[in-house]
Design a protein around this ligand. Structure first.
Ligand code: PAZ
Length: 312
């Protein structure tokens, strides 16, 4: 049996840096409401479920943070301020273009008369200057707030605080819940203190995580436009699962995707209809990102929805 969400928060210790993150979130929300901006909260990356308090081992959830970090850049292009709530060390907007060895590949090293200098290789200058310009503008306009989590409980605490900070934005806030969040965990009071001994096969009992989409939609940010993601590996159940979530939580949209094809195709599932968004072969070859089209479509839906609320 899953705990009720209130019991989860009662029994799970509050992260030590939550007060600091709440200050950042509240200040960011206040700043953007004064500027009359819209804000999107993007969750990105996977949560971990520690098996021990002094954590050596944990269960992880699949997600590299592509969807979230790419989408963040497109939302910024459309003028939204972005709260990027991501798994520590997963991909981040802007720096994602230079992760891993790519960062070193773009550099040239020269040595003249014992003087070493480092420069950007000429073939990368255009690309990098474009990204760097956008990044600097984003910082200047205070349009991006990055906060991070690692464990499931950090994620759930931070999500609630971020939602509470966004209430003042009312319908000008979008929640874009792309993180891959564990469905199972070990409650704090049932977790081993020290590294589990390997002298025999351990028996590990996981509990269901309470579904926080329900209080999120009904209590925490009841006026925001809420988009959840549904990841499956079996195509036969994808749409029915997405629709089940939409009916159960009564939010605005579920974006459904299959693990293997998630970078080329997604399905928008809303109360009105379902439709597929996919990249053509030509778009794939040209390096187009499906997030560009996801974000475009979503922003249109958000605009129409805000307008319809004014008429009510
Ligand atoms: O981070 P990524 O680009 O590798 O993957 C994105 C994703 C598949 C985790 C995301 O699109 C998604 O479906 N998130 C929700 C996962 C879930 O159903 O829990």
């Amino acid at each position: 049996m899953a705990l009720l969400w209130e019991e989860f928060y009662d029994r799970t210790p509050r992260p030590s840096n939550l007060d600091e993150n709440e200050k950042l979130l509240n200040n960011f929300a206040k700043h953007h409401i004064e500027k009359n901006n819209k804000i999107v909260l993007i969750t990105s990356g996977g949560t971990t479920v520690p098996l021990e308090h002094n954590t050596v081992r944990f269960v992880d959830n699949f997600s590299a943070g592509n969807r979230g970090s790419i989408s963040a850049e497109y939302f910024l292009d459309h003028g939204y301020a972005v709260i990027f709530m991501h798994r520590l060390k997963s991909l981040e907007p802007f720096s994602r273009h230079f992760s891993g060895h790519k960062f070193l590949d773009i550099m040239n090293l020269t040595m003249i008369n014992d003087v070493t200098s480092i420069s950007v290789a000429p073939q990368y200058v255009n690309k990098i200057s474009k990204i760097l310009r956008k990044y600097k503008e984003t910082l200047k306009d205070n349009k991006l707030l990055q906060i991070c989590f690692t464990t499931l409980s950090e994620y759930l605490w931070l999500l609630r605080s971020a939602c509470q900070a966004l209430t003042i934005l009312e319908n000008r806030a979008i929640l874009y819940l792309a993180a891959a969040v564990s469905d199972f965990y070990i409650p704090s009071n049932e977790m081993a203190l020290h590294k589990i001994s390997s002298s025999g096969a351990p028996s590990i009992h996981l509990q269901l995580v309470p579904k926080v989409l329900e209080p999120l939609v009904n209590l925490w940010v009841s006026k925001a436009f809420v988009v959840s993601f549904k990841l499956e590996t079996d195509e036969n159940i994808l749409i029915s699962k997405a629709r089940e979530a939409l009916t159960k939580y009564n939010h605005n949209l579920v974006i459904a995707n299959i693990l293997q094809t998630r970078k080329q195709q997604v399905v928008f599932v809303s109360q009105e209809n379902d439709y597929i968004l996919s990249l053509t072969n030509e778009q794939i070859q040209n390096g187009e990102e499906i997030e560009k089209f996801i974000v475009q479509n979503l922003i249109e839906k958000h605009e129409i929805w805000m307008r319809s609320q004014k008429l009510d």
